[in-house]
Design a protein around this ligand. Structure first.
Ligand SMILES: Nc1ncnc2c1ncn2[C@@H]1O[C@H](COP(=O)(O)OP(=O)(O)OP(=O)(O)O)[C@@H](O)[C@H]1O
Length: 612
């Protein structure tokens, strides 16, 4: 049943059509979206030009065009030309704020790389961010699904478009990471994808590149006419936290520099007015947190009718108990094209099978991809577990920090991220650290967004080299120089532990993770010791004893099978196929990774309160 906001969209859209029909032209008609005579504002008033005609977005009736997978499902003209800049050709308004990436008054796109870079030089220097490319060959990969497009070895093998290629060089990405090698060709072929790859292994680019490239090659999104209030993004990227959405936005802006693709971010806690102004200036890719997006949808300021690409980052988190209703509302109850029409990409480092099953509701004939370690990435995170009673935790932390200082770690501006369970606990520990001569700041859900952003800046810059955080900082954040993650309070869920320690040891760099364990954490013992064994870490004898005593079945509880890193397609698990639903037919396992899997497990009891 249509909700009231949607009725109002349709009604106002009908009025808009009436008002603007005299200016509509054939191009607009050709790009007709899902509902009858409705023509979205950004497709009206198109000035005839030498540009190719509208993309082949043809609404639900094109659902079957997914079967071939021989190319861009949107079938738009393969216009690789660099749609450089929005500074020419009758665009109304430039982005005039820093976050928008457009220089006020001068209508010039701000260079997100800081200054002009000699891309040829960068490329020839063969720089990268420290990823151990030599270890790539050994990385276990599993793909399953029909006709999985083959992986590539270089960016040059992929037709991403010249402007995007330039930005990849500016980012100093010399080679694709393993998840990029596999995921980008799959997505470029128009396939839906559920991808599971290690923390810090380059998943952001893996979903951004195909989206940006697809939009570049399709028809440029037209800005709404003056006064139009509803905007129609072509791609939606959802993430669970405000900070992660901002980070994805920053990355996507770098990747889309001078491609003509406009990226806007919308998240809670920040003034909606500025975000509305950004949206009004045009949006191709909308990066958002679910709450703020629902708000924008209910105000009819955003319509999802034209969405071609939907990406959920940290997808398992987005579909767990906390977020699932909102995600279902956005994806199923608003005006987004259904699965099979849009292209859907789900990414995370963890994918419990029950969440996979839920996620499959949003996907159509998808490829499941599990990519193992980057090099031996979790080996790059040295994991230590120490038995510490609650009452001793502070002095123990102090010892660690003193040792770090003595070893000169802070002198080099290396950063320490300390995870605690509660917001109050975070404030109290931060205060205590500061009182004891360790500059610290904190990030959690009770702080204002301004305070959160300031805390992150202060941590990143090394002004406060210790950040005390709740799980709000556990996922996705890519903060250079985090050398040490301390689990002052361990989480209930082993997946949360995986994401937390993944804030260090990113992109091939080494890191240290220390956990304080005591009787309160005994339910995690088995999962933790299994995880550490898998990552070739030394498991203390006392932890093994806890694990042996634990009634809890460990990290495979959710996944129902013996585990190795990466996860396994739930469609291949017989227990999920009982009751007549054949989720999986065919597929392949590549590069020798076919053992029973499950990187999930340890389905914690509660939803962490700190999330947006
Ligand atoms: N091809 C590449 N070459 C070199 N560095 C890369 C490449 N791709 C990504 N990176 C860098 O690797 C780092 C980690 O990437 P990203 O944040 O996308 O990881 P992720 O897999 O999303 O991690 P998480 O699971 O924690 O969200 C980033 O700093 C990014 O710039």
């Amino acid at each position: 049943m249509r909700s009231s906001w949607a009725d109002s969209v349709v009604n106002s859209a009908a009025e808009n059509v009436a008002a603007g029909s005299s200016a509509s032209n054939g191009v607009a008609t050709a790009a007709k979206p899902t509902r009858g005579a409705y023509i979205p504002p950004h497709l009206r008033n198109l000035t005839p030009s030498s540009e190719p005609p509208a993309p082949a977005y043809s609404g639900p009736s094109s659902a079957n065009d997914r079967s071939g997978y021989s190319g861009n499902r949107w079938g738009g003209p393969r216009n690789d030309s660099n749609q450089t800049g929005y500074s020419s050709g009758g665009r109304t308004g430039g982005w005039n704020n820093k976050s928008g990436g457009w220089d006020r008054g001068r209508e010039r796109e701000v260079n997100p790389f800081g200054d002009d870079v000699d891309t040829e030089k960068v490329f020839s220097e063969q720089e990268n961010t420290g990823i151990n490319f030599d270890a790539y060959e050994d990385i276990p990969v599993e793909t399953s699904g029909d006709n999985v497009p083959p992986p590539v070895n270089t960016f040059a093998e992929i037709d991403l478009g010249e402007a995007l290629n330039q930005n990849i060089k500016r980012c100093k990405y010399v080679k694709p990471t393993p998840v990029q090698r596999h995921a980008i060709p799959i997505s470029l072929a128009g396939r839906d994808l559920m991808a599971c790859a290690q923390t810090g292994s380059g998943k952001t680019a893996a979903f951004c590149f195909p989206i940006i490239s697809g939009i570049m090659k399709g028809q440029a999104s037209q800005r709404p006419p003056r006064g139009a209030r509803t905007v129609y993004p072509l791609a939606l990227i959802l993430s669970p936290t405000r900070e992660l959405s901002c980070q994805i936005h920053d990355e996507a802006k770098k990747f889309s520099y001078q491609t003509g693709v406009k990226v806007v971010v919308a998240y809670g806690g920040a003034p909606i007015s500025q975000q509305l102004r950004d949206l009004e200036r045009g949006v191709d890719i909308l990066v958002a947190t679910p709450g703020r997006l629902v708000d924008l949808l209910e105000r009819a300021r955003v319509s999802l009718q034209m969405i071609r690409y939907l990406a959920l980052d940290e997808a398992d988190r987005m579909l767990d108990m906390g977020f699932e209703p909102q995600i279902r509302k956005i994806v199923e109850q608003m005006d987004m094209p259904p699965q099979g029409v849009r292209q859907t990409m789900l990414f995370s480092a963890t994918f419990p099978k029950e969440i996979q099953k839920l996620a499959s509701d949003f996907l159509s004939n998808y490829v499941f991809l599990a990519v193992g370690r980057v090099g031996s990435s979790t080996d790059l995170i040295v994991q230590r577990v120490e038995f510490v009673h609650d009452t001793d935790k502070r002095s123990h932390l102090m010892d660690l920090l003193h040792a770090q200082r003595a070893n000169g770690v802070h002198g080099k501006q290396y950063l320490t991220l300390v995870f605690v369970e509660t917001k109050k606990g975070a404030d109290s520990l931060e205060h205590w650290l500061c009182m004891n001569g360790f500059p610290a700041t904190t990030i959690h859900g009770d702080r204002t967004q301004q305070e959160r952003e300031q805390a992150l800046r202060s941590f990143k810059s090394g002004v406060t080299p210790i950040l005390v955080a709740t799980d709000v900082a556990a996922r996705g954040l890519d903060i250079p120089h985090v050398a040490h993650v301390v689990n002052f309070d361990l989480p209930n869920d082993i997946d949360d532990y995986v994401h937390r320690i993944g804030r260090t040891g990113r992109a091939g760099k080494t890191g240290l993770a220390t956990a304080f364990f005591n009787d309160n954490n005994s339910s995690l013992a088995k999962a933790l010791s299994e995880l550490m064994q898998e990552a070739n870490q030394e498991v203390p004898a006392w932890l093994s004893r806890y694990a042996a005593r634990s009634p809890y079945v460990g990290r495979n509880r959710r996944s129902g099978g013996g585990g190795r890193f990466g996860g396994r397609d739930f469609r291949r698990d017989a227990s999920f196929n009982r009751g007549g639903t054949d989720y999986y037919s065919g597929g392949n396992s590549s590069t020798g990774y076919g053992t029973a899997g499950g990187y999930g497990g340890g389905y914690g009891s509660g939803v962490t309160s700190a999330w947006d």
